[in-house]
Design a protein around this ligand. Structure first.
Ligand SMILES: *[C@@H]1O[C@H](CO)[C@@H](O)[C@H](O)[C@H]1NC(C)=O
Length: 252
């Protein structure tokens, strides 16, 4: 069965019938969700369909399973360029509504330990109703240290997107970004895609964001690409696929 889909996918790719090729890869991946060849062929189909975000996501999946696949590495380099070009030519995003940033009382000076592992010792009581920057930082840190995605989901669900950069400014590091991305993707997206979009729309304005982004591990990048891919598949009245692509450009 799997073999049949594979061969079909290959034929369709050769015939440049990318939609059919993609469908056969989807079918193959249903039967065997970790099959790297199916991911690779679907990446080529997505490339043919000019869906570079999905293509990039598939290629990263291949490389995650087997970092030695040089064709995938090469394709990924090429498709990253194509993705950037397509984003550069995308129509400009809708003008943003500006949101006044309200100051949070006090505590700006008290910063959570900024070392990259964060302060992962001891105490894992998580305050799910932080009232200021410091408490939010502590709660998020505690959630990350104990791998408590439920607590992190609750924290992000109740945080105002425009406050996120301030909340995170004291402790932005790769671990935190990566944990937030995972939670947005696997927990919050299903419940509230508009909030995920809004959070992402503000998160990248946090101080030092681009520096931290450059230091992310491959796995973390893969999570991020997945998140944007999932988000761009969402039908929403508050953002378009194009908005998501423009936003992805700030991250990927
Ligand atoms: C996550 O944190 C919340 C709030 O502190 C707590 O009630 C819950 O038991 C924690 N879950 C896990 C799996 O540790």
């Amino acid at each position: 069965m799997l073999m049949k889909y594979f061969l079909l996918a290959l034929c369709y790719l050769k015939l440049e019938r990318f939609t059919e090729a993609k469908q056969d890869c989807d079918a193959a991946l249903k039967l065997e969700p970790t099959n790297k060849k199916a991911f690779y062929r679907r990446a080529l189909a997505n490339k043919g369909l000019k869906d570079y975000l999905a293509c990039s996501s598939d290629l990263q999946e291949v490389l995650q399973q087997d970092p030695s696949v040089q064709e995938a590495e090469k394709e990924l380099e090429e498709v990253t360029v194509l993705l950037r070009q397509s984003l550069a030519h995308a129509s400009p995003a809708k003008p943003r509504t500006t949101v006044p940033i309200t100051e949070v009382d006090g505590d700006e000076e008290t910063s959570v330990s900024p070392d990259s592992e964060g302060s992962c010792r001891g105490d894992i009581t998580i305050n799910l109703q932080p009232t200021n920057v410091y408490e939010f930082g502590q709660a998020l840190n505690a959630a990350r240290c104990s791998g408590n995605t439920t607590a992190c989901t609750d924290l992000l669900a109740s945080a105002a997107p425009e406050m996120l950069p301030q909340y995170l400014s004291t402790q932005l590091d790769g671990h935190t970004i990566s944990f937030i991305m995972q939670v947005l993707d696997s927990h919050l997206l299903e419940k509230d895609p508009n909030l995920v979009y809004q959070h992402l729309n503000h998160l990248h304005t946090t101080d030092r964001f681009s520096t931290v982004l450059m230091m992310l591990e491959k796995d973390d990048r893969r999570h991020m690409t997945h998140l944007f891919e999932h988000l761009s598949a969402v039908e929403s009245t508050e953002f378009t696929k194009n908005d998501v692509q423009n936003l992805a450009n700030k991250y990927i």
